[in-house]
Design a protein. Structure first.
Length: 241
């Protein structure tokens, strides 16, 4: 059955990558949460999609140039709606403290394709071990070197190669890097890709799938998961399917 993964939480109805979005996804009965991790100046992993804070906070500048204490002063909710004023940027550890007491699977995207943060992989892996969630976590990244680095850290954790580009023999390429899954943009999805991934024992997940017709196509093709901003609708449509 295709897993329903809340993309940055229930991000259509709450500010992405914040506790309100994660809590709403859980209430909607999403089966997994996808979120993004970057490193602060003091090497603390925090959950935010962009390398800069401008789009989703009341400030500007790069995550890598902020200490955690400075980031915690920013408002990460008002840009979405006044009712979310005061929502803060979460650390990965704060999120794991909450998630570890839920049945949720975690899809954690390492945002290191533009800024290749030193030590991001071991810092993240240590926290996943500390909170005993390695067996229900999938790591993903657009950075092929990061896939290799993480696969050297652990032979058991599932690693997914993210891509929005058409790559010849994608399943074989990802497998040679050390990935066990591929996470592809919806427009790359086709039956041949699914079949090749099945031959290579690779899981296939698709982003970002928000519309009925796209979801139904993913279900029909047998995708392992879809990343969606509307997990409530996805669950409803999957039940109808």
């Amino acid at each position: 059955m295709t897993m329903i993964i809340a993309h940055r939480g229930a991000s259509k109805l709450a500010p992405e990558n914040t506790m309100p979005a994660f809590e709403l996804a859980l209430r909607m009965k999403a089966e997994a949460i996808e979120t993004d991790v970057q490193l602060t100046k003091d090497n603390i992993p925090v959950l935010i999609h962009d390398e800069q804070v401008k789009r989703t906070t009341n400030s500007y500048g790069y995550i890598k140039d902020y200490h955690l204490a400075e980031l915690k002063q920013l408002d990460a909710g008002s840009w979405f709606s006044k009712k979310f004023a005061g929502a803060t940027i979460l650390t990965l550890e704060e999120f794991l403290q909450w998630m570890s007491d839920t049945p949720l699977h975690l899809h954690l995207e390492l945002k290191n394709n533009k800024i290749d943060y030193t030590y991001l992989e071991p810092i993240v892996f240590e926290l996943l071990n500390q909170y005993n969630v390695v067996d229900r976590t999938t790591i993903s990244t657009f950075n092929p070197k990061s896939v290799q680095r993480f696969s050297q850290l652990s032979s058991t954790i599932e690693i997914g190669l993210l891509t929005s580009r058409k790559i010849n023999n994608l399943a074989r390429y990802a497998k040679e890097l050390g990935a066990k899954a591929i996470h592809v943009k919806y427009r790359l999805l086709n039956k041949a890709l699914i079949q090749k991934c099945q031959q290579e024992d690779m899981r296939v997940r698709v982003y970002t799938v928000n519309h009925f017709s796209s979801m139904m196509r993913c279900f029909r093709l047998g995708c392992d998961g879809i990343f969606t901003d509307v997990p409530n609708k996805a669950l409803l449509y999957r039940n109808k399917f």
